[in-house]
Design a protein around this ligand. Sequence first.
Ligand code: HSE
Length: 310
Amino acid sequence: MGNKSIKISAPGSVSNVGPGFDIMGFALDSPVDEVVLRLNSKGKVVITKITGDGGKIPYDVKKNTATVALISMMKKLNAGFGVDVEVRKKIGLGSGLGSSAASAVASVYGLNELLDQPFTKDELIEFAMDGEAVASGSYHADNVAPCLYGGFIIIKSYNPLDIIRIKAPSDLWCAVVHPQFEIKTSEARKILPKEISLKKAISQWGNVAGLVAGLTTSNYKLIGRSIKDEIIEPVRAKLIKGYDQIKNSAMENGALGCSISGSGPSIFALCDSQITAVKVARSMRTAVTKTGHHSKIYVSQVNEVGPRII
Ligand code: HSE
């Protein structure tokens, strides 16, 4: 086995994208997580080092999203070797930017490359979802899929898994503000309604369809008026202090549409140029500062690449 090693970066992502709870997401150019893998002959997966997490991520390989994904993959391979894993967290934990998904994807993508690609991406995604599930308490692919495939993703079905990748308009930019506090996805899922009215479902279907049509025809106005979520956003907005003011600041500064990224607290806004996205990101940061929180901002196009060997 030697000491073969690889270093991978995997991108953060915005999931839900307004109306598409659990079925839509896109990858960002930044932030990214990094994972270093080194094959070992101990026959075990071992986490050797974790940085950037403030000591919060478990070293227990059965609880860490990166290693749960890796172990799931190695079981399928009947692997007789082990892997030393170093996780470098750069995507905030509990940020709503697909932090756990990125570590899981980086691990399985990296091992697949080290072993000369025994699996396709369509197979790797299942392992990455096992990793994501241990962190978030549920099987959802709207962060792992964009992170692994890159681009803008629609999950048409979970059973069987049916993932569609669409090309986002080339001038679409995303502004993200990440207020510096954590929301656990598992907690943010517990507060959601178990049932919804037909009236709300119809409105949500309309917005999902409008968003897809807008993206595929580069109709920015349609994209903007389809970033509407009548079901999840009103419930989760209560977890984010000053949410309405932050969203208003994005819209007043030219955003096409704005909503919660994943389970929050990050908030994303789609824009039709880089200049507007920078302005919108800064305005959202100012609005977050008024709530008493520090924040980080990111401005990115849709990342069409996904994980990279670095
Ligand atoms: N779709 C998931 C949710 C994403 O909103 O709970 C979590 O990152």
